[in-house]
Design a protein around this ligand. Structure first.
Ligand SMILES: NC(=O)c1ccc[n+]([C@@H]2O[C@H](COP(=O)([O-])OP(=O)(O)OC[C@H]3O[C@@H](n4cnc5c(N)ncnc54)[C@H](OP(=O)(O)O)[C@@H]3O)[C@@H](O)[C@H]2O)c1
Length: 355
């Protein structure tokens, strides 16, 4: 077995790298929707044996490091001289739980291997605190993968606003409704189920009042059998007009919030105040264009059906672009066939600039 004691401070040993990959898997067990990040932790003894594992199960529960220390203690392992391998820099602040740095110091941990440094100014400073205690800290290991595991959370904290995914479901010629306004359904059941699963992973879904009044959507996340997912995102309607008393949005599902504004920045401020980290904008074309014009779309999920309409509403209204030179070009990240349809996930490059 490779010894971790021989590891140089500035590089991770193969055992530590493998432990970090395990910590990513543990982190993914955490709730997709939570104000806190998904974090995993593996504790290694001086000879590189795993002596404890933990992950964060959601706001108000122990952080991953504390869970891993408790796991080691429950198995009767001594943590003095151990290495903690964590997906996110240990926090240095007292929130609903105490600082992880203090727990690691108290446990006698000798070395801490970190993937992503904490971008949250409230919680940051963990590495410096540990170093001040003479603990060897190595940060930035497999950081790209670490950021992927953290998902929307890391973007939201870095930008101090929710991460915004714009969802479009259109025909191949970019229409989201026919000339008579009918739009159900353009994509098939496989794509629609995929979109429901995405809803179950976000904190909030927004539509404009136009869509709310025309389509009377319920904006719930449903499973394949039509029942409600365990997690229901906040339902957000953006616009000034009142909703009908009998709107489906008032039925079972997530809490309903109307943001009476036309300014996407204001929408994000209002939602951030409610702890929203990931917002899914589902249209319609007016709201989609408003977010794009404001530079507030971080990712586009375009479900494309092999259908042509030739007329009808476009997926996105006027963006003020008059020449091909001004086109908003995105970078394709994923192309996923879904039954007869295709999902294209694309992001702006460079990352969204706010106006
Ligand atoms: N296939 C699909 O994926 C899909 C998805 C969604 C919608 N749709 C279709 O889209 C159509 C509705 O289009 P739409 O453009 O009316 O819908 P919308 O974008 O949902 O709503 C537009 C309304 O939102 C308010 N609003 C919010 N922010 C605004 C801003 N920055 N600027 C201007 N107005 C703003 C305004 O209403 P107030 O006057 O109340 O403020 C505006 O009339 C429907 O036919 C629906 O079926 C299709």
């Amino acid at each position: 077995m490779t010894s971790t004691t021989s590891t140089r401070a500035d590089s991770a040993s193969p055992v530590e790298t493998a432990a970090l990959r395990r910590a990513f898997d543990l982190a993914r067990r955490g709730p997709a929707m939570d104000p806190n990040p998904r974090v995993g932790c593996v504790l290694l003894s001086a000879d590189g044996t795993t002596i404890g594992e933990g992950w964060h199960r959601g706001a108000g529960t122990p952080h991953a490091e504390v869970a891993a220390l408790a796991d080691a203690a429950a198995q009767g392992h001594d943590t003095h001289g151990a290495t903690a391998v964590v997906t996110l820099e240990p926090c240095n602040h007292t929130g609903r739980t105490g600082p992880c740095t203090e727990a690691l110091v108290a446990a006698g941990v000798r070395r801490v291997v970190v993937s992503v440094e904490d971008p949250n100014p409230l919680a940051a400073g963990g590495a410096a605190r540990l170093r001040a205690e003479g603990i060897d800290v190595l940060a930035g290991v497999l950081a790209d993968e670490g950021r992927q595991v953290l998902g929307a959370w890391v973007h939201a904290v870095e930008r101090d606003r929710p991460f915004v995914t714009l969802k479009i479901a259109s025909t191949l010629d970019g229409r989201i409704a026919a000339a008579d306004g009918s739009s159900r359904w353009i994509t098939g059941p496989v794509a629609r189920q995929h979109a429901h699963d995405l809803r179950a992973e976000v904190d909030a879904i927004a539509v404009g009042t136009g869509t709310a009044l025309t389509d009377d959507p319920s904006l719930t996340a449903r499973t394949a059998d039509g029942s409600l997912h365990g997690h229901q995102p906040l339902r957000v309607v953006v616009g000034l007009r009142d909703l009908r008393d009998d709107a489906a949005l008032r039925g079972p599902g997530g809490e309903l919030v109307q943001v009476r504004s036309h300014d996407p920045h204001e929408v994000l401020v209002a939602l951030a105040a409610r702890g929203v980290r990931h917002l899914l904008v589902e249209g319609g074309p007016t709201l989609a264009a408003a977010f794009l014009r404001a530079g507030l779309v971080d990712e586009v999920h375009a479900y494309l059906a092999p259908v042509l309409l030739g007329a009808g509403r476009p997926a996105v209204d006027d963006l003020g672009i008059t020449s091909i030179d001004g086109a908003l070009r995105l970078v394709t990240r994923t192309v996923l066939p879904l039954g007869p349809d295709v999902l294209v996930v694309a992001t702006p490059e460079p990352p969204a600039q706010e106006s």
